[in-house]
Design a protein around this ligand. Structure first.
Ligand code: ZN
Length: 156
């Protein structure tokens, strides 16, 4: 997906979300969404947006609030990781390939997979008083490398 395609897709999702929640459209939000779409990293933090935010004269609280909104609208995922300090990282949520993934709980290794059968089950399911927009599926477990290490450790 190109930056423009990403932005347009995200903007459509945001428009829908804003309409559903009777919120107002703001130019700042759209600008920030564009900056987010331009980031070329799988994971990013609020600092990655700071220079562009300052250039565009957008306040830090507006950036925080907008990122929260993008998470609520399922445009971004928020990952809270603890590595000595708690840091919030964001990840683009709209790429189809991100919808299904496996994560190793020991080393954090992550891989994507697609399964048409699961996709169909989820898309065809009906929910009471709820209209689904997107879904993500994460399967937690232990990767091959970590499993091998565990077996070796247990033998000692
Ligand atoms: Zn592992």
């Amino acid at each position: 997906m190109t930056t423009v395609e990403r932005y347009e897709k995200a903007l459509a999702v945001l428009d829908e979300y804003i309409r559903e929640h009777n919120m107002r459209h703001t130019i700042e939000r759209e600008q920030l969404l564009k900056f987010v779409a331009e980031i070329n990293k799988p994971l990013f933090t609020i600092h990655d947006l700071d220079s562009k935010r300052q250039e565009a004269h957008i306040s830090l609280p507006t950036l925080y609030n907008s990122l929260e909104l993008f998470v609520s609208a399922r445009i971004l995922y928020k990952l809270e990781r603890t590595k000595g300090v708690i840091s919030e990282q964001y990840k683009w949520a709209l790429d189809a390939k991100d919808a299904m993934r496996i994560i190793c709980t020991r080393c954090g290794r992550e891989a994507h997979f697609t399964d048409k059968a699961i996709q169909q089950i989820v898309q065809n399911r009906k929910y009471a008083n709820f209209v689904p927009a997107h879904f993500s599926l994460t399967i937690y477990g232990v990767c091959k490398t970590c499993r091998r290490l565990l077996i070796r450790q247990n033998k000692k």
